[in-house]
Design a binder for this molecule. Sequence first.
Ligand code: TRP
Length: 360
Amino acid sequence: MSKIILTGDRPTGRLHVGHYVGSLRRRVELQNSGEYDKIYIMIADAQALTDNADNPEKVRQNIVEVALDYLSCGLDPEKSTLFIQSMIPELTELTFYYMNLVTVSRLQRNPTVKSEIQMRNFEASIPVGFFTYPISQAADITAFKATTVPVGEDQMPMLEQCKEIVHKFNTVYGEALVEPEILLPDNKACMRLPGTDGKAKMSKSLNNCIYLADTPEEVKKKVMSMYTDPDHIRIEDPGKLEGNCVFTYLDAFCKTEHFAEFLPEYNNLSELKEHYQRGGLGDVKVKKFLNQVLQAELEPIRQRRKEWEKNIPAVYEILKKGSEEAQKVAAQTLQDVKNAMKINYFDDNNLIKEQVEKYK
Ligand code: TRP
């Protein structure tokens, strides 16, 4: 069986380092591993509209931002198909048929939807489109017969729902859909990188994100003001690692080589952590190190972004080509789905014969 990846992001803002360690970095590795037959990366503008219905301009502006972030991280249009969700009308059609296979109470139990409803104060009036987006996400995945969906942990309930839909479809109508597997980040720090203020989630509204497109000065400023251990007041005091974002970020970004390059007094991250816990290591020194590590990782991304920013029409051309290709694939799956459901009234000679018999 072919190995096929599909994943994507909502274009509601620039991508940040949480997206990077949680997903983007992995995608590029998977792309370059040569182990996958096809890789589809989708800009989920239609999904973004499910909770931004009154702000289509925001979504429209951020499509190119997300595409630039993709390209600058090393996603290569020669190897991966980058496309825009709304350009594939087949996805909406699949969603409509899948809706019959899901109950309202099942959607209400989806933990990601639940917490998003709270976050957006939708409790009193949930837009139907938003409520049903897990179904549309199942359409995104199955349209491409994806076997592997690399995403963050928060997307686990979406994958569960998708599998249920696939299972139900295949049971009711016959095997037409492929059941996908989730691929989570392998490092715990990468699963959910906290905001620079120590809050669990990075979010634009909390102003606690480091963006891939931030300048070196912005990154440095954000690192130097990061939340650490509030009880680590004097250098001699023992420091705590739990909830200390500087160390969480080091867990996510630091490679052993960085020590030889930037902090040769230590051989590796465990030595640095031990010293911090023992006492005698100041926050500023650790922050300066983290800044160097981040700059080393982000600089090539920034450079590539600058190059692509000079050629915006080429970016749109990549998305257009990718969307054309993706549309053909989704059209084939939709055909398979309709055949399985016998929604093929004009290509089914038996149906006509049957009806002729009936009226004899
Ligand atoms: N829900 C994803 C996010 O918020 C975006 C997305 C839409 C997606 N469709 C998808 C991710 C299909 C993986 C597979 O970022």
